[in-house]
Design a binder for this molecule. Structure first.
Ligand code: AMP
Length: 637
């Protein structure tokens, strides 16, 4: 029996779960006492069939109830909705659509497909939400807990749209989706392979109707899918049909035709074939007796016969393995661990062939149907701040640094590349000119130093800043990347409280190759970039020093006698001329001369500050536009 803590009286415990939202079946697991366990419902069932039944009054039933009603309501029974998540009509083959008992249509105003059932359209994510809702209901009933937060798994090949649709389905089911993770990554997590810190893992996933193989690279506890391929029409069903051929080999053509014409006969034969297949996973031969109408079948099949029959299908999976290895530039001996996922990996031939190919036994200790949900539960538990017994593990990182454009065209970085997410960073900024009532926040991504060389993620304006001297407003900018990789940028002016912000997905539309190019570029241009950034910052600082110096001549003639004014004017002229130079040191030297010429005035002003603050004036009112150069007070545009 599964050990699930009982809730205290009157207090529902929060369930933080991992959900394997499968094409055929879905299931849910949680971490209990540091170990992932699949949640069984009150009837002891681990699996919820991913099937939705909709009757002509548009009442929906989900899971086993939908499967039961499927025979009487084929046009309202929706299976395999996962295949349509986040897809457009152009992504789906006509063959796929043609085989379905319901209609696939394009939604009005969007490229996305919908399922038309009894004259009404349902989005795939709505149907998936119903499945997630059923999984949730069962878990809640079985444990007495409250299910609000979950990690949901998707195939490694899912694109952004498919992942977003899955996230939306979670939200519609009232679930806060902590993260969407790849199914192979979840499987590797379930086997604790992230503890190795580095290595290469091949995940072999052979289910009833689909096959996927992925290679994951683990670096510093972070998994990355480096190659993946598969076949959406290869799996245990093919083994069943191979078995049917073996079982009926001795029948006459008339008997075969009679069996085929008999609907229930066909179903019974398929079930008998699956039973025989499963029996041969544990024994060397099995006998089958079946009577359908006038046809009787009584035969024995050996494992050797069966293995010869399924060998071509198993071979196809090894072709795919060779393809991903080639794609990743690896040889079989480079693979450190092989993980089995999916019910058909219980087939001894599959396991033996994997062991032979990689010269090491695959991981098979965990239930291959449950391993993905278990890994997702481990991830959920980590994200919720519980640790599945092994401390913090980094699973996702920001691939590129993130920052904002500062005055002069430089970039001030708030988050550095490879920061584990979720992550938060805050930095203080100020304004460049007097009475600036708004600032532009330009969010940038990449490793280069200047805004023009970086990827622009978005811009927004923080308006409504009360007029103040330059350098006085305190603009606090916060970057937060949540567990799903979504970046929220928030800017707040602290004296007035005005706020603004945006939300972007930094990795949207970014390929791994682009990330690599951007990093490579920054290394190539490192020296010139740093120099350009320093030059830009020096020019900004020189601009402030110039404004300040000009202002004190005009505003404080009492402190600037004519000979000093001449000296300052000359130094101003020197700095203006120096600003034409591309040499930072020339500008620095001219700035130094100007600062020295205004130093007696600055000292006098400082004394005034000390006195007048006592009389209630603020430091800013007295200091005017005194330039600020501290890193935490970088000026915004
Ligand atoms: P999945 O889609 O991962 O649930 O896998 C289901 C497939 O696994 C079906 O084709 C089952 O017939 C097959 N399967 C389940 N148990 C076994 C077993 N012991 N030996 C071989 N195939 C199995």
């Amino acid at each position: 029996m599964v050990n699930i803590p009982l809730p205290m009286k009157g207090q529902a415990r929060e369930l933080i779960v991992g959900i394997d939202l499968g094409t055929t079946n879905s299931l849910c697991a949680e971490v209990v006492n540091g170990k992932p366990v699949v949640i069984l419902d009150r009837e002891g069932r681990a699996i919820t069939p991913s099937v939705v039944g909709i009757d002509d009054e548009h009442h929906a039933v989900v899971g086993d109830a939908a499967v039961e009603r499927g025979l009487t309501n084929p046009a309202g029974t929706i299976r395999s909705v996962k295949r349509f998540m986040g897809r457009g009509l152009k992504d789906i083959s006509d063959v796929e659509v043609g085989r379905l008992p319901y209609k696939i249509v394009r939604t009005a105003g969007s490229e996305q497909v919908a399922v038309r059932v009894h004259g009404r359209e349902y989005l795939p994510q709505e149907l998936s939400a119903l499945i997630l809702g059923e999984v949730k209901k069962r878990a809640v009933k079985a444990t007495g807990g409250k299910l609000k937060r979950a990690v949901i798994t998707v195939p490694a090949y899912f694109d952004d749209g498919q992942r977003q649709a899955t996230r939306d389905a979670g939200r519609m089911a009232g679930i806060d989706v902590l993260r969407i993770i790849n199914e192979p990554t979840a499987a590797a997590l379930a086997y604790g392979l992230h503890r190795g810190k580095s290595g290469t893992v091949l995940v072999y996933d052979l289910g009833g109707g689909t096959f996927d193989v992925s290679i994951l690279k683990l670096t510093e506890g972070v998994f990355k899918v480096i190659a993946t391929t598969g076949n959406t029409a290869l799996g245990g069903d093919d083994f069943d049909y191979a078995m049917i051929d073996l079982l009926t080999a001795g029948l006459s053509d008339e008997d075969k035709a009679a069996l085929d014409a008999h609907v229930q006969g066909r179903v019974a034969l398929k079930m008998a074939a699956e039973r025989a297949k499963i029996a041969l996973s544990g024994q060397d031969s099995t006998s089958i007796q079946l009577h359908v109408g006038d046809v009787s079948l009584d035969t024995t099949v050996t494992r050797a016969q069966y293995e010869a029959a399924i060998d071509p299908f198993v071979e196809l999976t090894f072709d795919a393995i060779d393809f991903v290895l080639d794609e990743a530039g690896l040889d079989p001996e480079d693979i450190g661990d092989v993980v089995c996922v999916g019910g058909s990996t219980r087939t001894p031939l599959v396991r033996a062939r994997l062991e032979e190919h990689f010269d090491k036994p695959p991981h098979t200790d965990l239930d291959p149907d449950q391993v993905v949900a278990m890994g997702a539960a481990i991830q959920a538990s980590m994200l919720a701040g519980e640790h599945a017994g092994d401390g913090t593990v980094l699973l996702d990182v920001t691939p590129l640094s993130l920052g904002i454009e500062t005055y002069g065209g430089g970039c001030s970085k708030l988050l550095w590349r490879n920061s584990p997410i979720p992550v938060r960073a805050t930095e203080g900024y100020t304004t460049q000119v007097d009475d600036q009532t708004s600032v532009d926040i330009h969010v940038l991504q990449g490793e280069r130093e200047m805004a023009k060389d970086l990827r622009s993620l978005g811009r927004f304006k923080l308006r409504g800043i009360p007029p103040m001297k330059a350098g006085m407003p305190r603009v606090l900018i916060e970057f937060f990347i949540d567990a799903n990789g979504i970046l929220k940028v928030q800017a707040k002016e602290m004296t007035s409280g005005v706020e603004a912000g945006i939300e972007v997905t930094p990795t949207y539309g970014l390929t791994d190759d682009q990330v690599e190019d951007m990093i490579f570029d920054s290394i190539e241009h490192a020296e010139e970039d740093v120099e350009a950034h320093l030059l830009a910052d020096t020019k900004v600082e020189a601009g402030s020093v110039l404004r300040y110096s000009r202002k004190i001549i005009v505003d404080r003639p009492d402190l600037v006698p004519p000979p000093l004014a001449v000296q300052i004017e000359a130094a101003i002229g020197g700095l203006v001329a120096a600003l034409e130079s591309p040499d930072r040191e020339v500008i620095d030297a001219a700035m130094q001369v100007l600062n020295e010429s205004t130093a007696p005035v600055a000292a006098h002003l400082m004394n005034e500050v000390l006195q007048v603050t006592v009389h209630g004036k603020t430091m800013g009112e007295v200091l005017g536009t005194k330039p600020r150069t501290k890193a935490s007070e970088i000026q915004l545009t």
